[in-house]
Design a protein around this ligand. Structure first.
Ligand code: SF4
Ligand code: SF4
Length: 445
């Protein structure tokens, strides 16, 4: 039968399971474990129902009358095990995405560039930026209070004097360290010295060549960043390139040129470099576009993404939806600390409220507050998401862009409401679940 199964085994399924017929597929969703499988025919559905009723594997097999039915049963079991949709004699184990264990630090507002779209409007160091000693203490307290990941950005983090010491400290106390940088200030020596202390690094390249990158990030910078990307990647640090195109540098052939950039960089490294495209233009120094314009922008960028890799969307979707991993919130509740110590619970700090300064209260106080906000605005506690069978897969969307409180809770009356969801969006999400599943798993060959 199946290598891991005996005939007297019984599969345990989570209680709340919803089925949706979409075109020729049957999407089977386990609501409380944020998981799903896709069935290809009614035979599989009836076999699944027997398993859910508590039939032993052997009992189901005994009732099977044709080869076709047996093949359907085998691929059903393969789907169940691939997605850990049920357990043998035990229920599948749930895990939760806990955003409040992540810390985002804007270590300085100083930057060597003045990018047109910068949502932090970075450039000049703030008058009251925290010191090296402050940050060392904050990181230690964060770790002791259960923190796991820290991301440093700015401004440009390398503009902060003593950044190397902070990085090393974060790594040495066991935090997973991510750095977001413009990639222009890294010398060969610095790269070699600091690479061992960095788990992930992301560089910004906002064009497809020197000319288009210069429109946003200034002249003479493109080749420098590309070299830095290649060096970090070859040293084994997980490296990615993040690109935000603007209407000023999107051109008719941007898709072709962007693909050339991706190929050229990948050719020069022995490790994988990840390429990410921003699909939304956030309000920034020179940007303030309407949600309709952002929809158009997003469509255009998705077109570029699929030109480079037609399966990128499916890969990202499956990678972001591990089986039985519950996402109750978009990430609101995760702490962001600005360079002056002010604390926010979303990284778009100019659009949300500050909950005080890290010098006024211990980190554990802010982590508790973050946890409260995460729960208070979770899909369990907002309308209409609390009654939606897709809630732990969907997470409800951005609490700034898609909710009536626009990311600000202090004067908002409950219940909080999601205001952009439509039947069409729900249908699109289910279609993505099916297509990603079909792309990723093949149980018939
Ligand atoms: S946004 Fe829509 S699909 Fe998502 S959880 Fe809320 S109601 Fe469901
Ligand atoms: S509110 Fe929006 S920007 Fe803030 S964490 Fe959620 S998705 Fe991200």
């Amino acid at each position: 039968m199946n290598g891991e199964l005996d005939f007297d085994d019984i599969l345990y399924f989570p209680e709340e399971i919803v089925t949706e017929k979409i075109a020729n597929d049957i999407l089977v969703i386990s609501v409380t474990t944020a998981n799903w499988i896709v069935l290809k025919n009614k035979i599989q559905l009836s076999l699944l129902n027997k398993l859910r009723e508590g039939w032993m594997i052997g009992q189901v097999v005994e009732e099977i009358e044709s080869e076709e039915e047996m093949a359907s049963f085998k691929s059903l079991l393969a789907a169940i095990f691939a997605r850990k949709f049920a357990g043998v004699g035990v229920l599948p184990t749930k895990e939760y995405l806990e955003g409040y264990k992540m810390l985002n630090i804007y270590i300085t507002n100083a930057c060597n560039l003045r990018c047109k779209h910068c949502f932090m409007r970075s450039g000049t160091k703030l008058k009251s930026e925290l010191s090296l000693e402050n940050w060392i203490g904050i990181l230690s307290n964060f770790k002791v209070s259960g923190g796991e990941n820290v991301t440093f950005s700015g401004g440009e983090p390398l503009m902060f004097k003593g950044f190397a010491n902070i990085l090393k400290h974060a790594h040495d106390i066991g935090l997973k360290v991510t750095v977001l940088s413009n990639g222009l200030l890294w010398t060969e020596n610095m790269i070699e010295e600091l690479a061992p202390f960095i788990d992930e690094i992301q560089f910004s390249i906002d064009g497809v060549n020197e000319r288009t990158n210069a429109v946003v990030r200034g002249e003479g910078n493109f080749d420098v960043v590309v070299e830095t990307v290649v060096k970090f990647s070859n040293l084994g640090v997980k490296t990615s390139v993040s690109t935000t195109f603007t209407y000023e540098n999107l051109e008719d052939d941007t898709d072709v040129r962007y693909k050339e950039l991706v190929v050229a960089v990948r050719r020069r490294t022995s490790n994988e470099v990840f390429f990410k495209l921003s699909k939304k233009l956030l309000p920034g120094r020179n940007v303030n576009i309407s949600s309709e314009e952002n929809e158009k922008y997003s469509k255009r960028i998705k077109g570029i993404e699929s030109f480079v890799d037609k399966n990128a969307d499916y890969e990202n979707f499956i990678a972001g939806h591990s089986p039985n991993l519950i996402a109750k919130n978009c990430g609101l509740g995760g702490m962001s600390i600005n360079s002056d110590g002010s604390v926010y619970f979303c990284n778009r700090i100019y659009e949300v409220e500050s909950y005080g300064n890290v010098l006024e209260h211990p980190i554990s106080y802010f982590m508790e507050k973050g946890k409260e906000i995460h729960e208070e605005t979770s899909v369990d506690n907002v309308e209409p998401c609390s009654g939606c069978f897709l809630r732990y897969i969907c997470d409800g969307g951005c609490r700034i862009d898609d909710f009536d409180f626009s990311g600000k809770l202090k004067n908002t009356v409950k219940p909080y409401r999601q205001i952009t969801c439509t039947d069409e969006k729900k249908h699109k999400l289910m279609k993505r679940m099916i297509d990603s599943f079909d792309y990723f798993y093949d149980f018939d060959s």
